[in-house]
Design a protein around this ligand. Sequence first.
Ligand code: BGC
Length: 723
Amino acid sequence: MKQKELDILFDSLTDREKLAEMTQLISSLLTGREDKVTTGGSLEGSLSRADLDSAGTTLNCLGAAEVRRVQEEHLAANPHKIPLLFMADVIHGYRTIFPIPLAMGCSFDCEAARESAEIAARECSASGVQLTFSPMADLVRDPRWGRVMESTGEDPFLNGKMAAAMVRGYQGEEYEKTGVIEPGHVAACIKHFAAYGASEAGRDYNTVDLSEGVLREYYLPAYQAAIRAGVCMAMTSFNTVDRVPATVNRPLLRGILREENGFDGVVITDYSALYETIAHGVCADKREAAKRALEAGVDIEMMSTCILEHGEELMRENPELRKAVDESVRRILALKNALGLFENPYRDADEAREKELHLCTEHRAAARRIAGESIVLLKNEGNVLPLRPGKKIGVAGPFANSHAVLGSWACTGDGGVSLVEGLRERYPEAEIRTAMEEELGSLFDGVTDVADQIEEACERLADCDVILAAVGENQNDTGECSSKTDLRLTRNQRRMVDRLCGLGKPVVLIVFSGRPLEIRDQAEQCQAVVQAWFLGTESGTALADVLTGEVNPSGRLSMSFPQTVGQIPVYYNHANTGRPRQTNRQEERFITRFVDCPNEPLYPFGYGLSYTQVSYHDLRVECEKDGWRVRVRVRSDSGPACVETVQLYVRDCAASCVRPVQELRGFCRVKLEPGEEREVSFAMTKEDLAFWNGSAFTAEPGDFLVMAGGSSDRVLTASLTLS
Ligand code: BGC
């Protein structure tokens, strides 16, 4: 629609219709067809039929037929024939499910992230979805928080690259040039603005309290990268930022998001987050909530109706708020226009396309490849892995044959290939014996006595050449509102691993989880450890590829694994103290340390093994016109062809405020043939050395360390001076 026509349409709207355009409800509330399932908010009886018919957007209406039906009814009833915009949480795939984002982060493969988002967009757009509430760019440091699975991890640089890649995958590369979201693509929404990942103690929705420097250097960059990639929407977070809930936080939304970062897209609240500002204790009632949201620059209120109920009165009283409403409605209409909804309100919703695309061979092949890249090999003593053909393989534990391996937020996915199914596909001839393969439940809790079952399992697997212990946490114990205080495997899983290890056979621990679990004891007992996360539809096949050596593992941790829950938060890019632990002063008492545990994580950010020995040589920093070129040589010393993830870190040795001991500033995946040596180089500029000095990002003159290696804790070091 031409701008002129949009203006005419806008001018024809009444105040009430504008406010309804700013209201988002689940479609069952609009159609009145299903039960009113809501998880919060203030929907008690204040919605007239006219309001419902004027609503601008809806969420979680899935399926081509249903979307077409709802849209058709809406267009028939809406006085201005303004189409509804259909939004949903398509987080890591729609029907073909990809690894959870935390695992995707471990691939360090932005092209894979882009591709998976593009496939998700293709599938969900066929089912009528027009905008996805993804990517989540919240930086995470606390594995007690269930939503770490939705993030790509603890590093702002990696998160930014991943978020931007996903935005481009969803919205299509053309969008940045043309402003049009092409067919087969969907609009994206960056969330949760801001700093939702810093909830205290990892308890969901809890208080966030950060210094401005930490907010700006760690938490904001990934959202900013998504904004630079042209993301269409931003969702507010449930938490406070500087003691004010994000949803009514004017300095955050109008200031940082819009003015500083130039975001001109649509701001949506999280689910009933505006109404919840009353419980938070910053708004006395819905009227005040509406006022503060309009002042802060909220455009769409999801699943509560403060703005709809009180907006007219506020607009009458205050011209500023009228202006705010008008701006919001114009932004929403502009988004609908970018999606071409006025010409084609159904976009790609098409039952034939759903059949053709959902779980098609091409999508499944991509899911398998990307899942393979997301697996992280954490230990491989005596080269137990890869498995050798012709061996007798025992598989025990709740994830041996489980299809519940998609992870939380798996949209319309309905189960993935199990580990045993994957192994049988790769090794049709092999003897694969299973034991104790009941899903997580009473058998694996800490109460039921399973001594007999464990003994039986041991007898059954005693003559196997190798045993795979497939353990982990329930996929439903990850994601939203799934915070935990105990990150250990359940007691009976621990017992099972313990006894299997006593058989004297090599045991490979395979961990299915949505967060770093506390696996220190089991990692010590077992010869090999594979972090399987929740890998999606092709979980078992991808795992079998890696376990059998068809695919050489290349994943690197996107989040540190704690030794114990008491160490949390433990992350690689921490600041130093004035009393750091030094290797030559282990005995000293008054240094920063725990008396019962090392400071270091069990496995740090960037860590991961492959079946190849790779070494690093000859790190050099050369001056260039606008900065530096960092070069390092990487060599495959023994083993098969591999993909090595080369990581570049910097450290500012002395600055006006304390700097992190390491900060990721570059990474790349390099293919190495057996025996091959390659030079990898990174361009660095002054911006890579900058930090928030209280009023701006600045690089201060002085000495820096430049580090390159295959893990944050295994690096070569060189120096660089900024004059
Ligand atoms: C979550 C969001 C999600 C929204 C809509 C909320 O509870 O925090 O991430 O997009 O629901 O489903």
